[in-house]
Design a protein around this ligand. Sequence first.
Ligand code: NDP
Ligand code: DGY
Length: 322
Amino acid sequence: MQVFVTRRIPREGLAALSQAGVCSIQQWDSDEPIPRSELLAGVAGKHGLLCLLSDRIDKEVLDAAGSNLKIISTLSVGVDHLALEEIKKRGIRVGYTPDILTDATAELSVALLLATCRRLPESVEEVKNGGWTTWKPLWMCGYGLSDSTVGIIGLGRIGQAVARRLKPFGVKKFLYTGSRPKPESAMEFQADFVPLAKLAEESDFVAVTCSLTPDTKGMCNKDFFSRMKKTSVFINTSRGAVVNQEDLYQALVSGQIAAAGLDVTTPEPLPTDHPLLSLKNCVILPHIGSATYATRSAMSVLSANNLLAGLKGESMPSELQL
Ligand code: NDP
Ligand code: DGY
């Protein structure tokens, strides 16, 4: 059997794949994304595909792969880059990487939240540029978590792990929203299930940790930001498209909300002249939620094992239920 790997991946994952003796591997052996034409040529006739979240696997790619393709293994928990309906129609199985990246992503979410609400990048810059003249009572003040209300959009694996890490900071109340109440998950935080509008109105901090779906696309828009308090802080570590970025820009510029921290944007990378990058109250990271050496290594091994199990017709360690 033949597989196509769309990027250079951690060596542990590639070793698992090559040492299994199950398939021959063709790889786009680069840290940079594969050009579309190379992807279309590379998948042709392959039985398995190991891809990244930056590869759009749509009807064109599936057609180019042809009927041999039986397994797609993505090195991500997010699956919004995969045309799932089309994939299901063709009987292709999908592996992904939930759980093993939850801790790293939750940790980064908390780091981003603290960096944003306590204005860390701005403060570091002031030290370097001479803006730090003396200790001033109101200079570089921000907002703290103590006694706050935190709203989580999407109390899934990562959402719960974020709440668990924020609780010891003295959060007074957790709110969450989603497609349905999850009393078993919410119990640990005594979190209340509320509609999105109420979450916006009552939260001092909003953390977006949901998956990107047709329902969540553009969910954080003008109406949402207009309901938030002027002192509130908004964090997104899910996918950029959950947020209407023009509406976010207006909310930040007009002082409708206090600050935003984004690990994910549209597009990625965000052009260096993007208006959001001109704002002091917007902290932007380059999609590094799961970026610890151990996590990326584990993701590569899991995605290799998903692919191998699928090729052998066995149950995958982590298979997406289509
Ligand atoms: P889960 O499936 O465990 O959680 C997803 C959550 O999204 C669920 O709680 C679900 O709630 C919620 N959701 C779905 N629809 C809605 C809606 N309409 N409104 C509000 N919430 C909704 O996934 P994970 O926690 O493991 O991962 C979540 C996402 O985080 C991934 O899909 C990925 O996009 C992103 N991610 C980003 C990383 C980064 O590097 N920044 C790293 C890892 C993941 P319900 O069950 O009620 O539908
Ligand atoms: C994912 O897995 O979906 C992240 O965005 C990267 O780890």
